[in-house]
Ligand binder design. Structure first.
Ligand SMILES: [Zn+2]
Ligand SMILES: [Zn+2]
Length: 131
C-alpha cells in the first residue's frame, strides 16, 4: 500500500494523509496545544517563563517551541517567555529568529530577489494587458 508509514513520534503504522503523525499522536498534540494555549491566555500567567508553562501543562519545552514555530501560539508580550532563536540560539520571544538573524536573512533574500528580477527581465513576458 502507498502512503503507509511509521509515525515518526510513536512508531505506529498509519496512512500518511494530511498529517505527519498518526491519529493518536495528533490527538495528543491537540490536547497539549489546548493546555498550553489555555494557560498562557490567562492574564495572571503573563510573566510565565517557558519552564513555568512546561511545568504547569506537563508539555515539554520542545513541544511548546514547536507550537510557537507553527505560529499557533504567540508569546509576544510575555516578557519572561523566551526560547532560542533558530539561527543563533539567542533567547527571543517573537517569531523564529532574532532581529540580527532576520536582518541577515533579509539581506540574503533581497540579493536573491534582485537576481530573480534580473532573470525575469530577460525572459519574454507573456503578460497581457487586457482590461
Ligand atoms: Zn504516533
Ligand atoms: Zn538569531
Amino acid at each position: 500500500m502507498d502512503n503507509v508509514i511509521n509515525c515518526p513520534q510513536c512508531g505506529r503504522l498509519f496512512v500518511k494523509y494530511l498529517r505527519e503523525h498518526c491519529d493518536v499522536c495528533f490527538k495528543e498534540e491537540e490536547q497539549q496545544y489546548d493546555k498550553v494555549y489555555r494557560f498562557i491566555r490567562k492574564s495572571e500567567n503573563r510573566n510565565a517563563t517557558i519552564i513555568d508553562v512546561s511545568e504547569a501543562t506537563s508539555v515539554s519545552e520542545n513541544k511548546i517551541i514547536y507550537f510557537i514555530h507553527q505560529g499557533r501560539i504567540r508569546v509576544k508580550g510575555f516578557p519572561n517567555f523566551t526560547y532560542p532563536c533558530d539561527g543563533c540560539q539567542k533567547p527571543i520571544n517573537d517569531s523564529r529568529l532574532c532581529q540580527d538573524c532576520k536582518t541577515r536573512i533579509m539581506a540574503d533574500l533581497s540579493i536573491e530577489d534582485l537576481i530573480k528580477k534580473k532573470q525575469q527581465e530577460v525572459l519574454p513576458s507573456y503578460h497581457t494587458e487586457d482590461k
